[in-house]
Write a protein that binds this ligand. Sequence first.
Ligand code: ADP
Ligand code: MG
Length: 302
Amino acid sequence: MPHPSSATQVSDDQRREPILSVRQLEVDFGGPQKAVVDVSLDLFPGEILGVAGQSGSGKSLTALAALGLAPTNAHINGSIRFKGKELIGASESERAKVRGSGMTMIFQETVTALNPVVQIERQMELALRANVECSKAQARERIVEALNDVQLRDVERVLHSYPYELSGGMCQRVMIAMALVCGADILFADEPTTALDVTVQREVMDIIRKVTDERELAVMLISHDIGVLDEVSDQLAVMYRGRVVETGPSSAVIADPGHPYTQALISSIPRIHGAHNEFIEMPQLDFEEFEPLHHPAREGVA
Ligand SMILES: Nc1ncnc2c1ncn2[C@@H]1O[C@H](COP(=O)(O)OP(=O)(O)O)[C@@H](O)[C@H]1O
Ligand SMILES: [Mg+2]
């Protein structure tokens, strides 16, 4: 059966094949409104897809469904293909295998994601050796390389630290390194910098950009703040009440937002030189009235 195309996908001669292809995804808890409705997205190696939208718009559930980690009471429909292979309906052991080496996730709460009583080196070694067969010496080499890639200085000290001995920004770098060390192709980064202060936020975003380029990662970068996604993302998808309402190259969406919800999100970005930032009330929009909007990819996008 042919796979229906999504608006974030352009013709094959313009771009490579997506590594992850989500089609008509629905996540339903049986409530009056589905949590995720008809979401179609593609992730490409070497690209960051920024997913923006206010709290409760279905961003995390989209990522969790792709990872096979949505709550067990969620009914999931649609298609999620990883390297062409359908994951919806796949067994838990298959999903776990894909998670271990194929895709991984980092969260806002590094504190809960890292084990507080185990030194960083040991944690990284356990994560690596659970997924990749290698000797202790090879493991050490890969771990040091990954920590260097996320620009952690003083790697020796980090290796022998417990999480509480590291800053929030350092923990987030360790989380990214942990994803890299297992050789993941896809990184879901769910509000990875929301708990960090602005300068550290910027550094972590720059590292995500750098490792995306160097390791040809495909990244879904989730934030309620379209302003932090803007500069670092190649493509943007804006979610509103469980649906994707606008997609396209990041620059096109920011320069020329067509959907009133995207316009409201963009006008709420704090500006240094603005008079002062007014509180923007998010519009209550009728989906019948406003169709989803898909900007074409720019010409010559590789
Ligand atoms: N375990 C759950 N049970 C019932 N409803 C849920 C559950 N998790 C999430 N939801 C619903 O799905 C919506 C979207 O959640 P989520 O994907 O976490 O939003 P976001 O990440 O954009 O803030 C929530 O507003 C909530 O209504
Ligand atoms: Mg969320």
